[in-house]
Ligand binder design. Structure first.
Ligand SMILES: [Zn+2]
Length: 490
């Protein structure tokens, strides 16, 4: 069945035009003003009226952790609940992370994640992969998983979570050099995990066991320091770098400085950091405070969320994600007597689009084209699936949202589609509502009703050597060739 979206304003990252959009067999086949449906389709199509609505590319969330086993628990949004929530919020593709334990091979872990995801996903998804230790086998397997049948083109390194996922600087540097060789983007969780571990001990010894200890054990300087280190090492390895969850002004400033010095580095703030600040950690209500725990923590500076949006607006930060990794209140209680045991993670995949619209477009900081850029197109470009994803154009996948810019909704755990029982944006009134979400040509969310099927999403294989990321690297490599001095004549 074909779909015709009439009378809307099509928004891409570089243009806004009045146009109708025709969809057939999961693809966009025509985009035109006053579109006339071709004769052969004229009997069998469904019309959606998008008068006073925007017709935008479905959101791409490049950073989620569905059903992640972490800190003794498993994130409760699995690939089914999590991708349903995504679609309800106007996001039609996620990039999740395979995170192999230090003892696991990358290939085993990859298989595990595909087995978890493929039967459950309701929207398209791709995978990024973490490297949590270093040896010859890992180095070999990194190359293998960039082949088309595996489809990985980015690797994430943790500079935090000591003894769990954290890598040393040496391992990180080896990994970045390998990424550069095989055309994969390096991604980094930038915090100083060793110093955090020391601070955690200090605070617990002082009797500070509540969630306020979480933020105090992770001062923003430790995020900025690790971000600086990561950018420096990536430049030395001649590897493009992507900093996940930029949570503080200091880290954002470091990224801007490295870019000014020529580094290829991308900065990703997340919905939580754009919508909330760290004052919640001092709430007298333990559960409320614990529910906001993620790492790096929400900024203690209440002006940070607005500054992060300013930096997206001016291009010093580049795209938005969520780090969606949800735990229920009872799971969070694992750390009732010790903040270091509270499972880290918050929601975001459902509300990101609306939070970014509210804080960005409704506030007047960005226009709808920039909104599309930072919620969809830039992710598609960086991860090498553009213009198949991230654009309303002939030939692109029909991942489309009919967006009502003037409608409002109130975010609440009572009405959200996540599997957990807390929403960090509770009570926030947001302008910008996804009225209809279309995933590969199928209407999956329509005026508050989901119509999804587990396993209907497809795995998107992401090729390495993305031109958007890697085109300058060979010339830089030539410039970086070590110099040898010939002294044979002396
Ligand atoms: Zn994450």
């Amino acid at each position: 069945m074909a779909l015709l979206i009439k009378n809307g304003t099509v928004v891409n990252d570089d243009l806004m035009i009045k146009a109708d959009v025709l969809v057939l067999d999961g693809k966009i086949i025509m985009v035109e003003e006053n579109l006339v449906v071709p004769e052969n389709l004229s009997k069998d199509y469904q019309i959606y009226d998008a008068t006073d609505r925007l017709v935008i590319p479905g959101g791409i969330d490049p950073h989620t952790h569905m059903q992640l086993p972490f800190m003794g628990e498993v994130a409760v949004d699995d690939f089914y609940a999590g991708t349903r929530a995504a679609l309800a919020g106007g996001t039609t593709m996620i990039i999740d992370f395979v995170i192999p334990p230090k003892t696991s091979s990358l290939l085993e872990a990859y298989k595990q994640w595909r087995d978890w995801a493929d039967p459950k996903v309701c929207c398209d998804y791709a995978l990024s992969m973490a490297v949590t230790t270093w040896n010859e086998q890992i180095s070999e397997e990194m190359k293998i998983v960039t082949e088309p049948s595996f489809g990985i083109n980015s690797f994430k390194f943790f500079l935090a979570y000591k003894n769990v996922f954290m890598v040393t600087d040496e391992e990180f540097f080896q990994g970045l050099k390998r990424c550069a060789q095989i055309g994969a983007l390096g991604r980094v969780h930038a915090e100083n995990g060793s110093v955090i571990a020391e601070k955690q001990k200090e605070l617990l010894e002082m009797g500070i066991t509540g969630p306020e200890g979480h933020t105090q054990s992770r001062p923003e300087e430790l995020e900025a320091e690790a971000t600086n280190r990561a950018c420096t090492l990536a430049s030395q390895a001649n590897c493009p770098l992507y900093v996940v969850h930029v949570m503080s002004k200091g880290a954002a400033k470091v990224i801007a400085e490295h870019r000014q010095n020529g580094a290829i580095v991308f900065g990703e703030p997340i919905a939580a950091g754009l919508g909330c600040d760290g004052t919640h950690y001092y709430s007298k209500d333990w559960m409320h405070a614990a529910a906001h725990i993620l790492s790096p923590p929400l900024s203690r500076d209440p002006t940070t969320p607005s500054t992060l949006m300013d930096l997206l607006a001016c291009g010093q930060l580049h795209l938005t994600a969520t780090d969606n990794c949800t735990f229920t209140c009872s799971q969070k209680k694992l750390g009732l007597n010790d903040f270091t045991k509270i499972p880290n993670g918050v929601n975001g995949v459902e509300d990101r689009m609306s939070v970014v619209w509210e804080k960005g477009v409704h506030s007047g900081k960005i226009d709808p084209m920039k909104f599309v850029s930072i919620t969809s197109t830039t992710a598609a470009r960086i991860f090498n699936c553009y213009p198949r994803k991230g654009r309303i154009a002939v030939g692109s996948d029909a991942d489309i949202v009919i967006w009502n810019p003037s409608a409002t909704r109130t975010i609440s755990a009572q009405t959200h589609h996540h599997a957990n029982d807390f929403n960090i944006f509770e009570g926030m009134i947001v302008h910008g509502v996804p009225e209809i979400t279309i995933s590969r040509g199928k209407v999956v969310w329509e005026y508050g009703e989901l119509n999804v099927e587990a396993g209907n999403g497809k795995f998107i294989s992401l090729p390495p050597f993305c031109n958007y990321v890697f085109s300058a690297i060979p010339a830089r490599a030539r410039k970086m060739q070590p110099i040898s001095v010939d002294r044979s004549n002396i």
